[in-house]
Design a protein around this ligand. Structure first.
Ligand code: BTN
Length: 327
């Protein structure tokens, strides 16, 4: 994506027609550059009209993120979060990991676009400019890495709470931490950790929520996906959504620091998309296990009742197939 695309889209955000000449004056670049940058927008799934003699029009503009608007909706408990919003970055997770741990703690970095968004298991995370919430929050844990067991599941609960508070219903969790709607992925979470010399650990909590994922972008994603626009006709206010997310993250992280996953376990299990269903888990070594999903335990391990009747607790792996049990 060209670095001028988002500034140009912002300039077009009033929904009116703007000539190439007006835009070139506004951004201080040639008309040829404007035309070149805007031509690329179609490949990102952005609808833009170009009418000879009238110029360019953006019929549906994203509600751009604005740090002061986000801050208006933060609870007192989240007021000390430092918040940065950038137009474009490689990956908000990668950027926070580049920071010194003392700066990254309670620092949220949100981006309108990521050129190299990271997903779990080496996948990438795709979102169009202004089409999602892509953010990372750094959190320093004084205890060592073992205290972080189950953290990514706790984050799943935090994101679920935020979306529920914003009015979204029917959302479910897929172990370990995807959020689904009607079995399609709405949100992904990537927690990356970095140990420090004094034994403390920095967790970089990356969250991607699909707000508007155009058909063009969906073609490049291998799994079934959805976005908030599909779930509700009311367009979400991304600034309110980001603030609500930060509020629930701070609340959940404080709880997690004191009691681990224990107090969030029931909430996770209530939202489990696959409880009581026959699932297939692919382990990191490629082995496949089948059995009945039995929710999670206090550490966030997935409980799997195998066909032989054993109850396994799995700490890693991926649910690759599921179907309701036949009577
Ligand atoms: C997954 O594979 O489900 C996890 C996706 C996590 C995506 C988010 S978007 C913000 C943050 N920055 C990244 O590069 N990845 C995470």
């Amino acid at each position: 994506m060209h670095r001028l695309l988002i500034p140009l889209l912002r300039a077009l955000s009033d929904g009116k027609f703007h000539t190439g000449q007006m835009l070139s004056q506004c951004l201080g670049v040639s008309r040829a550059t404007i035309s070149h940058v805007l031509r690329d927008s179609a490949t990102l799934g952005i609808t833009l009209y170009k009418i000879p003699g009238r110029g360019y029009q953006l019929p549906a503009s994203p509600d751009w993120l604005d740090a002061s608007r986000v801050r208006q909706h933060l609870h007192n408990t989240a007021h000390d979060i430092t918040l940065d919003i950038v137009d474009s970055i490689d990956s908000t997770n990668a950027a926070l990991l580049r920071e010194h741990a003392s700066i990254a703690h309670r620092h949220c970095l949100a981006a309108e676009f990521q050129s190299a968004g990271r997903g779990r298991r080496g996948r990438n995370w795709l979102a169009t400019p202004g089409g999602g919430i892509t953010c990372s929050l750094g959190w320093r844990f004084e205890q060592g890495i073992n205290a972080l067991t189950g953290l990514s599941l706790a984050i799943g609960v935090a994101v679920l709470r935020a979306l529920q508070q914003c009015g979204y219903t029917g959302l479910q969790l897929k172990w370990p931490n995807d959020l689904l709607w009607q079995r399609r992925k709405l949100c992904g979470i990537l927690v990356e950790v970095q140990g420090e010399s004094d034994g403390a650990t920095l967790a970089v909590i990356g969250i991607g929520i699909n707000v508007h994922l155009p058909a063009m972008a969906r073609k490049h994603i291998e799994q079934a996906v959805t976005d908030l626009r599909e779930i509700s006709d009311n367009a979400p206010d991304r600034n309110v959504l980001l603030a609500t997310l930060l509020n629930t993250l701070v609340e959940t992280l404080s709880l997690f620091e004191q009691q681990g996953l224990a107090t969030l376990q029931d909430e996770w299990n209530t939202a489990d998309a696959y409880a009581g269903q026959e699932i297939q888990i692919t382990l990191a070594n490629g082995n496949i296990l089948t059995g009945m999903a039995n929710g999670i335990n206090e550490q966030g391990a997935l409980l799997l009742r195998t066909t032989q009747g054993n109850l396994l607790s799995l700490h890693s792996g991926e649910i690759t197939h599921a179907r309701p049990l036949t009577p």
